[in-house]
Design a protein around this ligand. Structure first.
Ligand code: SAM
Length: 290
């Protein structure tokens, strides 16, 4: 790897900014990486090798894209900001295994792009330094679409990474933890200092690794109902499960009927939502929608 040529250095980044008169758009979450070591660590955590195809979201000036191109078989990146097109054309000129799709990833048909660019049976992973203003919608879109991805390794806001990987009885555990862990095995694999970004973000960052499960963690009869119930149980975090259920189902079930449901699921209604495992939420949901 030609470290001295890397895009991810303060000097090279400033040089490109000046050459193209590029100004960062805060509204697009444009915080570019200027430290190649952090990028190689991300790729190590993602276990990207020459057999792996990679989807990236938001290549920016190509700092991470370049490292993916060096380590992976191929990379396809979605970028919303057309102003970056001439820059990426220059910075990634020497890599013939890179394709950039200029689209909002939230609007894009990611499944078709995967089919179009990668061979059937090819292992595909997602690796990105995500725009923080849309982290959750992007990740939930990708997970719910059940794309043929082996894993997702992303730099995101630390607080959101902690929530996505949280376990029961912690402050960060909530409906987002359950939504993510239903589809994946989640872990925070790296804490990242603000100094590796230009401009520096206002929040702390972390790298989240999601290993996609072959099938969801728990079996539920009705997914929509399950997620709805989970959200209801965290509705007012300081209240008991029973109180949150009564509030949520006020038009459908009496207090007594709800007590019977809790008993059927073998769950004590005086507990708080944050103490329930994902399996217990599934048991409770299935008692209603069995
Ligand atoms: N990968 C580069 C790096 O690490 O230096 C840039 C990362 S920067 C945090 C996020 C990038 O995502 C920006 O280039 C931004 O223009 C792009 N972006 C923002 N919203 C997007 C969206 N909805 N779809 C695709 N790209 C988006």
């Amino acid at each position: 790897m030609n470290k001295h040529k890397a895009i991810a250095t303060p000097t090279k980044t400033k040089e490109i900014l000046n050459k193209y008169g590029f100004s960062f758009k805060k509204s697009l979450g444009q915080n570019f990486i200027i430290d190649v070591n952090i990028l190689t660590k991300i790729l190590e955590k993602a276990e990207v090798t020459k057999e792996v195809g990679v989807i990236e979201i938001g290549p920016g000036m190509g700092a991470l894209t370049e490292q993916i191109a060096i380590h992976a078989k191929q990379v396809v990146a979605f970028e919303i900001d057309q102003r970056l097109a001439p820059i990426l054309e220059e910075t990634l000129m020497e890599y013939d295994n890179v394709s950039i799709v200029y689209q909002d990833v939230l609007e894009a048909d990611v499944a078709s792009i995967i089919l179009e660019h990668f061979e059937v049976g090819q292992k595909v992973k997602l690796v990105a330094n995500l725009p923080y203003y849309v982290t959750t919608p992007i990740l939930m879109k990708l997970l719910m679409a059940r794309l043929p991805l082996a894993s997702i390794t992303v730099m995101i806001q630390k607080e959101v990474a902690d929530r996505m990987a949280a376990t029961p009885n912690t402050k960060s555990y909530g409906s987002l933890s359950i939504a993510v862990q239903y589809y994946t095995e989640a872990s925070v694999v790296l804490h990242v200092p603000k100094t590796v970004f230009m401009p520096q973000p206002n929040v702390d960052s972390a790298v989240l690794h999601l290993e996609i499960r072959d099938k969801p963690l728990v079996e539920v009869n009705d997914e929509d109902f399950f997620f709805d119930l989970v959200r209801a149980c965290f509705g007012q975090r300081r209240k008991t499960l029973r109180n949150n259920l009564v509030r949520h189902f006020t038009d459908e079930y009496t207090k007594e009927a709800l007590e019977i449901k809790l008993q059927e699921a073998n769950i004590d209604g005086t507990r708080r939502g944050e103490s329930l495992s994902i399996q217990e939420f599934a048991d409770l949901a299935n008692v209603f929608s069995g």
